[in-house]
Design a protein around this ligand. Sequence first.
Ligand code: PLP
Length: 418
Amino acid sequence: MHFFEHRGGELYAEDLRVTDLVKEFGSPLYIYSAKTFRRHFEAFDSAFAGLDHLTCYSVKANSNLCILKLLAEMGAGMDIVSGGELYRALKAGVDPSKIVYSGVGKRSYEIEEALTADILMFNVESLAELEKINEIAGNMGKKARISLRINPDVDPKTHPYIATGLKKAKFGLDIESSLAAYAKAKELEHIEPVGIDCHIGSQLTSIDPFLEALDKIMAFRDKLTAMGLDIQYLDLGGGLGITYDEEEPPHPSAFGEALTQKLAGLPMKVILEPGRVIAGNSGILVTEVLYTKGGETKEFVIVDGAMNDLVRPSLYGSFHRIGEVTPKGRPEHVVDVVGPICESGDFLARERSLPAVESGELLAVYSAGAYGFTMSSNYNSRPRVAEILVDGDQAILARRRETYEDLVEAEKSCLDKI
Ligand SMILES: *Cc1c(COP(=O)(O)O)cnc(C)c1O
């Protein structure tokens, strides 16, 4: 059972017609399915039932408050990468003792905010950051729980922009430096080293790189034990891929089984940070065809959605399946689906075979639930679009469409000064 499917020639989001949602909320429109989010979280989390574990949803994949609340209510923790994400998670009612904080560039005020909230731990990515956290915790009369993010130097075989566990990546510490960093952490008065962390990349379609990283981390853990460190948490990051086109990533149950086999009986709590695998196929972006235009060498379908709404095709050359909301059965053409933005890099699909469409028709861009709205911007002064969460026959306005007034709100006081 899919929660975005055609029935009687019409695309539905759960029990609601996409056409009706667009009539009510306008286009372009992000539509999320609550049932799909719940099912994905449940499938992932239950795959690790054999281990003492905590599933910390990666907020940056889709940080809408509704989504965070829905997942928090299912017992999810959160993986955050900024003070803004901490703020969102707390607003949504996430238990701070289930929050881990990753990222290479944590600022002092963000560290302070996380210490005030008393989060589970910081995933520390450099010696300098470790010292900064120690200093801030000291000033606050606190002790900070930390993991060090180890860079195990494995190739996740994914897009270079989202490969994070290679030696040349800006993330984490290589294994050699990590040992010295743990020795340092052990000495620092306001630091409590409680975990080991790694996150090797995103959209992985094979389990092998995870297992390879895990072997290196386990060998490393033995060295820490020998140093007298009691490591209670093993954070394996996120990164499990999804099907956008023809990828065949392992099912979360197979992923869970493989890791459980390796980790069973270990006296550690395993933390997982899935983002895309929960959110990616839980949402679509609906866009309206504005014009079609045939050039000498190309045909274009110009739609009202653009790279500012969904940047993945432009940024990574990503594939998103596109289909008609109300299929008409017309013959297919090879087209570029492009937005109104003044950049040649503004496209949602290139050289794509699509049935002929006319202006006013709606297209669904699938697999847009992760790294869709969260990466959107106001480029070309386009108000950011609305987000809807559908739950059965209920449509919840998860974020209202921005207005022109919103575009200038934070700037307009300058008009009096110039
Ligand atoms: C982005 C990120 C994740 C989530 O990655 P997905 O591929 O969406 O599962 C998890 N952990 C960290 C540290 C991240 O930066």
